[in-house]
Ligand binder design. Structure first.
Ligand code: AP5
Length: 196
């Protein structure tokens, strides 16, 4: 693993936002930003920005994401760390959306980036996640919002990312994402209010 440097001195609270593909992580993060002024950093968005650069790295990432697999830990951790560092002076708090996706990613984050205050986990059935992503796929333009890739993303989530929720269960706050967006956000806001 390349040298990522020492941990950052982050005073603001850092929250990992976890959940399967299409469970509503991005939707709820946008609402937290609006109400609480946190900085939202999505690992998927950072990776898509790299893909858009059409570099050699971007092409490699694009191929992995199209298959619904996980990109190498080092790549995503470096992108996250740089982004957190750049925003660390002004942030009221950080929402790290879509990371960690493996237990190893979680351990590397806490040792090489900063400690984590809490974990939000959005819980939704595979059928509903798939249905929401297929609906979004009609207009999202995302290369991974198609039936075949969605199936693989769900499998990757169950096999590789659910162990993160088990490992950190004492810090995890689970919220069901089945209800409409605003109803889910009421539960998110209750969690955020307690955290302040
Ligand atoms: P990423 O971009 O993180 O995608 P994802 O986790 O698969 O899920 P999404 O971001 O697509 O969904 P979401 O949970 O944010 O749901 P949303 O709010 O959009 O990752 C993409 C890929 O990048 C990965 O497959 C992997 O290859 C790679 N990657 C990313 N992070 C990585 C990492 N840490 N390590 C390695 N590789 C990594 O909602 C979905 C839809 O549902 C929307 O249309 C929304 O309007 C709708 N919706 C939301 N909430 C509700 C509701 N309550 N009721 C009805 N509809 C709703």
């Amino acid at each position: 693993m390349a040298d990522l440097g020492g941990p950052l001195d982050i005073k603001a609270p850092v929250i990992w936002v976890l959940g399967g593909p299409g469970s509503g992580k991005g939707t709820q993060c946008a609402k937290i930003v609006e109400k609480y002024g946190y900085v939202h950093i999505s690992s998927g968005d950072l990776l898509r920005e790299e893909v858009a650069k059409a570099s050699v790295l971007g092409q490699q990432l694009s191929e992995i994401m199209r298959k619904g697999e996980l990109v190498p830990l080092e790549t995503v951790l470096q992108l996250l760390k740089n982004t957190i560092k750049n925003k660390s002076t002004s942030a009221k708090g950080f929402l790290i959306d879509g990371y960690p996706r493996t237990v190893d990613q979680g351990e590397k984050f806490t040792s090489l980036v900063c400690p984590v205050k809490a974990i939000l986990f959005f819980d939704l059935s595979d059928d509903l996640m798939a249905a929401r992503l297929l609906e979004r796929g009609k207009s999202s333009g995302r290369a991974d919002d198609n039936e075949e890739t969605i199936r693989k993303r769900l499998k990757t989530f169950r096999n590789e990312s659910m162990p993160v929720v088990d490992k950190y269960r004492d810090m995890v706050h689970t919220i069901s994402s089945t209800d409409p967006v605003d109803v889910v956000f009421e539960k998110v806001a209750a969690f955020m209010d307690k955290l302040q």
